[in-house]
Design a protein around this ligand. Structure first.
Ligand SMILES: *[C@@H]1O[C@H](CO)[C@@H](O)[C@H](O)[C@H]1NC(C)=O
Ligand SMILES: *[C@@H]1O[C@H](CO)[C@@H](O)[C@H](O)[C@H]1NC(C)=O
Ligand SMILES: *[C@@H]1O[C@H](CO)[C@@H](O)[C@H](O)[C@H]1NC(C)=O
Length: 978
C-alpha cells in the first residue's frame, strides 16, 4: 500500500510538473465551500475487493472502487468487468458497513438519468461493463456514519455492491471491498525497520559479548548480561502470533501486528509470495473477482443456478492465464484490462484497490490467522512456506555476516590496523561460532516454525508444503529439542537426584509496604537471623537436589567444555537454573500447539493459551531463571504479563460473547497499547543492554572515557561477578520489604547496593594479595582433569602488552575478575602496542580456566555448585577454599566488618545448602566496598600503576604494602615508559 503510494508519488512527480493539478469548487457535507484538487483521495474509499458470493457472481470484475468525498458531498462508484449473461436489466444496491452496522446505502438504477450507466443498461455479454458514476449525497444520507469513522485508524468496514437481476429478482453478483480512511496502524515501512534496528543492536551487542574475550567463563558471565536476542524475538513473536488465535479480530489489530510480521519470517515480498502460490495450491485469477463462465448464458426462462457454465478453475495461474486469454477472444468482447493509473488524466485516481488474491479471505473481515495474514497480502496456505524460505535466507545471512566479520578482522590484522591478539578467540574458533550462531538462529525460530508448521497441518493445505512442514517439524523437534535434552543430560548423567526435608515458612509481611500479606519462604533459603519475627506457620516440604558423582566437577558456568558445546543454550541462565532452556522449549512448544494446531476450536485455544501463559508466568517468576536483570525484566515480567493481558483480553472476542464491533475495536486498542508499551520497554532495555555491553567490552581498558561512569562500570563488574557466582541481588533488609513478593523488579539498571564504607587503608592492603599465584597452586592441586577439552586459549603472548598490565593494575575489583580476557580488548583501541611483558604476569595472566579468579578456587572445590549437595558443608566460612583465598591482611578488615559479614555469611551458607553460592563473596565484597574510594585514596597521578594484583612472582604472604607500592611504582614506570 505504502509502496504503491510511493510509486505513485514517484510517477506523479514528472506528471505534476508537466500538468497543472486541476481544482474544482466543492461544497462539503458540513456546508463549507472549498477549492479542491480533483485527484485528491476521498475521505472514505475502498481497497481490495472480492466476490461475496464466494466466486459465484455472474460477472468478472476487474475494478470496484467506491469513494465518499466529504468535502464535495460526492459518492463515487467505479465498476469495470464483464458478464456472460446475454442480456439482463439489473438494479444495483450499494452499501457501506462500518463496525457491523450498515451506515450508508443507496439503490441505483443504472438507466436512471442521475446514474446514466450505459454499460449496465442493460447488462450485456457483448459489452464490457465500465460504470463510472458519481452521485451527490446529503447530510441526511451520511448521518449514520459515526463521526470517528473519518478519523479512526483502520476503520473496520466494507463497501458492498449487489447486483440484482430484474427478471428473476435474484442476486447475480456481489462484490465487497475493504473500506479505508487513510489512517492505519500498519506502518510496515516505517515501524518494521525500527524494530529491526533495535533487534540488530541487540544482536550485535549479544554477539560482541560472546565473541570478545579469551576466558570462557568471563565471556559467559558478560554474555549473560547482554540482552538476549532470543527474548527480543520472543517479544516480537508473541506480539505477532497473538493474531494466530481463531478469533474475529477488530481491524486495528491485524494492522498493528503486520509491523511485527517480518520477525516471524513472514516478509510480504510480492515476488516471493507469488512464486510459492502454485506450490502451496493457491490458484486462480488474481486479476479479477467473480465467477462468470465462458459460455454466454441465455436467460430467457430466468436465471437458474444449475445452468451457469462456470469454468472449473483448478489449474496453475500461468496455464489459466493462457486459457483465459484464449477464451476471452472467443467471447467476442475482450475483458477490459485494468487500466494503469494515468496521471495526465485529471479524473483518474490512484487510491483504488485490486481484486483480492486467490486464497485470501473476503476483504473487510479479519478472522483468525488467515485474517491477520491477509493484512500482509499473504494467503494463509503460503504462510509456512514463506516463513521457511525467509528462515533459510536468514541462516544464509548469518553465515555470510560471520564469515565476512572473520575475514574482515583477518584483513585488519594483516594490514596491522588491529593487534594480532584482538578477538583472537573468535578468530581461532570462528567455525564454532558460526555453527553456534546457526543453532541459536534455529532456536530463535523454533516457536515461529513450530506454530507455522502446525498451522499448515491443521489447515489441511496442499500435500507438498504439508510434507515439507512435517519434515521441518521433525527436524526441529529432533534437532533443537533433542539437542536441548542432550545438553541437560550431558550435565546430569554423572549424578543422581536426592531428596531432603525442608520447610515452608509463612512469614507475615507487607505487600508494597502496606497490604498485609503472607510470604512463603523455604527454610533452606533463610537464615534465622533474617526473620524479623517468628513465622506465622510452617509446612513440611520436600527438597530435591542434584548430587554430582564428582563433587569437584566444575559448575556449569565454569565448565569450559560444556560452555563451548552448550553455552548457547545455558549461558544466560543463573547457575542453579542453567537448564531453563529445556523448560523454555517445552513452554514454547505448548504455546505453538495451541496457536497453530488448535485453530478449529477457538474456545479451547484461547482458554488453553490463557492458562498456559498464567502458569508459565508463575513458574518462571518463581524460577527467576535469568542471570541478567534486563533479561529478567523483559522476559519474565513484562513479556509474561503482556501475554496474559493480551490473551485474557482476547477472550472477549470469542463468538460466545457476542461483542459488538465497536467494543471489539476498543479492546483491540487496549491490546495495541499494551503491546506498544511492551515494545517501548524492550527498546529501552535494548539500549540499556547496549550500554552494559559497552561496559563489558571495555572491561580490559584502563581508561574509561566518561570518568563519571567509572563507578557504574566497576559496580557493574562486581555485579556480574557476583551473579556469575550464583548469588541473587542482595535482598533488602527484611524489616523494610517483603522480598519474595516483589522480586527483582527494581530498575533494570540498578545494581545491588553495596554498603559503602571507607576502609581505605584496608583496601590497599587487600589488593596486595597474590591471589593469582596462590590460586594457581591451589588450582593445580584441586583442579580436576578437564572434562573433554583443554583450553586452546592459554597463549602466553597474550599477556605481552603493557596495556594489559595497566588494565589489571588500575581496576582493582574489576580487573581481578576479568583480567584473563584483557588481551582481546576492543581492536580499535591501542593502535600502537608495547610488547613488553613481565614474565610473571605472562604466567599468571594466561587466562584459561582460572577465570573469575577470586571465586575460582572455591568454585572448584565446590564442584558443581549449581546442584551439588553441599549440605554437609557447614557454612561458607568453613569451606576449605575460602580461607586461602583471603589474604592474610584482610582478616583485619573482616574483623572490622564482622557484624555485617557474619550474618551475611551465615545466611549465604544456609542458602548454599539449597542453591550453593560461591562464597568468597564476603571477601571480594569487602574489597569492593571501598573501591569507590580508590581514586581519592591514592595519588591520582599514579592511578595507572595501582595494582589490583601485583605482577611479581613473590608469594602473597611475603608482600607487604611497601613491597606492593614498590611494585606498583615499577609497573607505573614500565607502562609510563612504554
Ligand atoms: C471557485 O471559486 C472561486 C471563488 O470562490 C472562483 O474564483 C473560481 O473561479 C471557482 N472555480 C471554479 C472552477 O468554478
Ligand atoms: C467531487 O470530487 C470528485 C473528485 O475530485 C469529482 O470526481 C466529483 O466530480 C466532484 N463532485 C462534484 C459534485 O463536483
Ligand atoms: C470470467 O473469468 C473466467 C475465468 O477467468 C473465464 O473463464 C470467463 O470466460 C470469464 N467470463 C467472461 C464473460 O469474461
Amino acid at each position: 500500500m505504502v509502496l504503491a503510494i510511493f510509486a505513485g508519488v514517484a510517477l506523479m512527480v514528472p506528471a505534476i510538473c508537466a500538468q497543472e493539478t486541476v481544482y474544482i469548487n466543492g461544497t462539503g457535507l458540513d456546508g463549507a465551500t472549498r477549492q479542491l484538487a480533483l485527484d485528491r483521495t476521498p475521505a472514505l474509499y475502498t481497497g481490495n475487493f472480492g466476490d461475496c458470493l464466494g466466486g459465484q457472481s455472474l460477472l468478472n470484475v476487474t475494478r470496484f472502487d467506491v469513494g465518499l468525498y466529504y468535502d464535495n458531498s460526492t459518492f463515487l462508484l467505479h465498476l469495470d468487468g464483464t458478464t456472460n449473461i446475454r442480456r439482463e436489466d439489473v438494479i444495483l444496491y450499494i452499501s457501506l458497513n462500518m463496525y457491523g452496522d450498515s451506515t450508508f446505502n443507496m439503490t441505483v438504477n443504472p438507466c436512471s438519468s442521475d446514474a446514466n450507466i450505459n454499460s449496465l443498461c442493460p447488462l450485456n455479454a457483448s459489452q464490457p461493463i465500465t460504470a463510472f458514476a458519481s452521485f451527490t449525497v446529503n447530510q441526511q444520507q451520511v448521518s449514520d456514519i459515526p463521526e470517528s469513522a473519518w478519523e479512526i485508524p483502520d476503520l473496520e468496514g466494507f463497501a458492498r455492491i449487489q447486483i440484482f437481476a430484474n427478471s428473476s429478482e435474484t442476486e447475480i453478483g456481489c462484490f465487497q471491498a475493504v473500506l479505508e480512511n487513510g489512517h492505519t496502524f500498519s506502518q510496515v515501512r516505517a515501524l518494521s525497520p525500527v524494530l529491526g534496528i533495535f533487534a540488530a543492536i541487540a544482536i550485535v551487542a549479544s554477539f560482541m559479548t560472546a565473541a570478545y574475550g579469551v576466558s570462557i567463563p568471563h565471556m559467559r558471565a558478560h554474555y549473560a548480561h547482554s540482552l538476549s536476542v532470543l527474548v527480543v524475538f520472543e517479544t516480537y513473536h508473541s506480539i505477532f502470533y497473538s493474531g494466530a488465535l481463531s478469533l474475529n479480530w477488530p481491524s486495528v489489530l491485524p494492522a498493528w501486528w503486520s509491523n511485527f510480521a517480518w520477525a516471524a519470517g513472514l516478509v510480504p515480498v510480492p515476488a516471493v509470495v507469488q512464486s510459492v502460490d502454485p506450490f502451496v495450491g493457491v490458484s486462480g485469477n488474481a486479476s479479477q473477482a467473480g465467477g462468470a463462465g465462458s459460455t454466454v448464458l441465455n436467460n430467457n426462462g430466468g436465471l437458474a443456478q444449475q445452468i451457469y457454465g462456470r469454468s472449473i478453475v483448478s489449474v496453475f495461474a500461468g496455464g489459466l492465464w493462457k486459457r483465459f486469454s484464449g477464451v476471452a477472444g472467443d467471447v467476442a468482447n475482450s475483458l477490459p484490462k485494468r487500466q494503469a493509473y494515468n496521471p495526465s488524466d485529471p479524473y483518474d485516481y490512484n487510491w483504488d484497490g485490486s481484486p483480492v488474491k486467490p486464497g485470501m479471505p473476503l476483504p473487510g473481515t479479519w478472522i483468525g490467522f488467515a485474517g491477520e495474514l491477509s493484512q500482509l497480502n499473504i494467503p494463509a496456505p503460503s504462510a509456512f512456506t514463506i516463513g521457511l524460505i525467509w528462515l533459510l535466507v536468514v541462516i544464509g545471512l548469518v553465515i555470510v555476516v560471520i564469515v565476512a566479520f572473520k575475514f574482515f578482522l583477518e584483513g585488519l590484522v594483516k594490514v596491522r590496523l588491529v593487534k594480532k591478539h584482538r578477538f583472537e578467540f573468535f578468530r581461532a574458533n570462528w567455525t564454532r561460532y558460526l555453527s553456534l550462531a546457526i543453532q541459536r538462529t534455529l532456536l530463535i525460530a523454533f516457536f515461529s516454525i513450530m506454530t507455522l508448521s502446525m498451522y499448515q497441518f491443521s489447515s489441511h493445505g496442499a500435500a507438498g508444503p504439508t510434507a515439507i512442514a512435517a519434515i521441518v517439524f521433525v527436524v526441529f523437534i529432533i534437532g533443537i529439542v533433542g539437542l536441548a535434552l542432550y545438553a541437560v543430560q550431558c550435565r546430569l548423567h554423572s549424578g543422581k537426584f536426592a531428596s531432603g526435608s525442608d520447610r515452608i515458612l509463612l512469614q507475615r509481611g507487607k505487600l508494597w509496604g502496606r497490604i498485609p500479606w503472607v510470604v512463603p519462604m523455604r527454610a533452606s533459603q533463610l537464615g534465622e537471623k533474617e526473620l524479623g519475627e517468628k513465622p506465622a506457620a510452617s509446612l513440611p516440604f520436600v527438597r530435591w537436589h542434584f548430587v554430582d558423582d564428582d563433587p569437584s566437577r566444575a559448575n556449569v558456568h565454569r565448565d569450559e567444555s560444556y560452555i563451548r558445546r552448550f553455552g548457547w543454550l545455558s549461558a544466560r541462565y543463573r547457575l542453579s537454573r542453567w537448564w531453563f532452556f529445556a523448560f523454555w522449549l517445552g513452554y514454547q512448544f505448548v504455546r505453538a500447539c495451541f496457536l497453530g494446531a488448535a485453530t478449529g476450536n477457538p474456545l479451547a485455544q484461547v482458554f488453553g493459551l490463557f492458562v498456559v501463559d498464567i502458569l508459565a508466568l508463575v513458574i518462571i517468576a518463581a524460577l527467576k531463571p535469568f542471570e541478567g536483570q534486563r533479561n529478567t525484566a523483559i522476559a519474565v515480567w513484562l513479556l509474561g504479563l503482556a501475554k496474559i493481558a493480551v490473551t485474557g483480553l482476547s477472550i472477549a472476542f470469542l463468538p460466545d460473547f457476542n461483542l459488538d464491533r465497536l467494543g471489539a475495536t476498543v479492546i483491540g486498542l487496549v491490546i495495541i497499547i499494551i503491546q506498544a508499551l511492551l515494545t517501548v520497554a524492550l527498546f529501552i532495555l535494548i539500549v540499556l543492554g547496549a550500554f552494559s555491553t559497552w561496559l563489558s567490552l571495555s572491561r580490559n581498558r584502563e581508561n574509561f572515557s566518561p570518568s563519571r561512569l567509572e563507578g557504574v562500570r566497576v559496580r557493574y563488574y562486581e555485579h556480574i561477578e557476583k551473579r556469575a557466582a550464583g548469588t541473587l541481588p542482595l535482598p533488602k533488609p527484611m524489616s523494610q520489604s517483603t522480598p519474595s513478593t516483589e522480586p527483582k523488579r527494581e530498575s533494570t539498571e540498578q545494581f545491588p547496593e553495596l554498603p559503602r564504607q571507607s576502609h581505605f587503608s584496608v583496601n590497599s592492603i587487600r589488593r596486595i594479595s597474590k591471589i593469582g599465584e596462590e590460586d594457581e597452586d591451589d588450582i593445580a592441586e584441586i583442579q580436576p582433569a578437564p572434562c573433554r577439552t583443554t583450553s586452546p586459549m592459554r597463549r602466553p603472548d597474550r599477556t605481552t602488552s603493557v596495556s594489559s598490565q595497566r588494565s589489571i593494575s588500575s581496576l582493582p575489583r574489576a580487573a581481578r575478575g576479568h583480567r584473563a580476557s584483557w588481551s582481546s580488548r576492543d581492536f580499535t583501541q591501542f593502535p600502537t602496542d608495547m610488547e613488553r611483558a613481565s614474565p610473571a604476569l605472562k604466567r599468571r595472566l594466561s587466562g584459561g580456566p582460572q577465570g573469575l579468579r577470586p571465586t575460582n578456587a572455591v568454585g572448584l572445590l565446590q564442584g558443581d555448585t549449581s546442584m551439588s549437595n553441599l549440605s554437609s558443608v557447614a557454612g561458607v566460612s568453613s569451606l576449605p577454599g575460602s580461607r586461602p583465598m583471603t589474604p592474610t591482611k584482610e582478616v583485619v578488615m573482616e574483623e572490622n566488618e564482622e557484624d555485617n559479614m557474619e550474618s551475611e555469611e551465615k545466611r549465604k551458607g544456609k542458602e548454599q545448602i539449597f542453591e550453593p553460592k560461591l562464597m568468597p563473596e564476603s571477601q571480594p565484597r569487602s574489597h569492593w566496598e571501598s573501591a569507590d574510594d580508590r581514586p581519592k585514596s591514592h595519588d591520582s597521578g599514579t592511578t595507572k600503576g595501582q595494582g589490583a594484583e601485583p605482577s611479581t612472582g613473590e608469594t602473597r604472604d611475603e608482600i607487604s604494602p611497601i613491597h606492593q607500592s614498590a611494585n606498583e611504582k615499577q609497573l607505573t614506570a614500565e607502562s609510563g615508559g612504554a
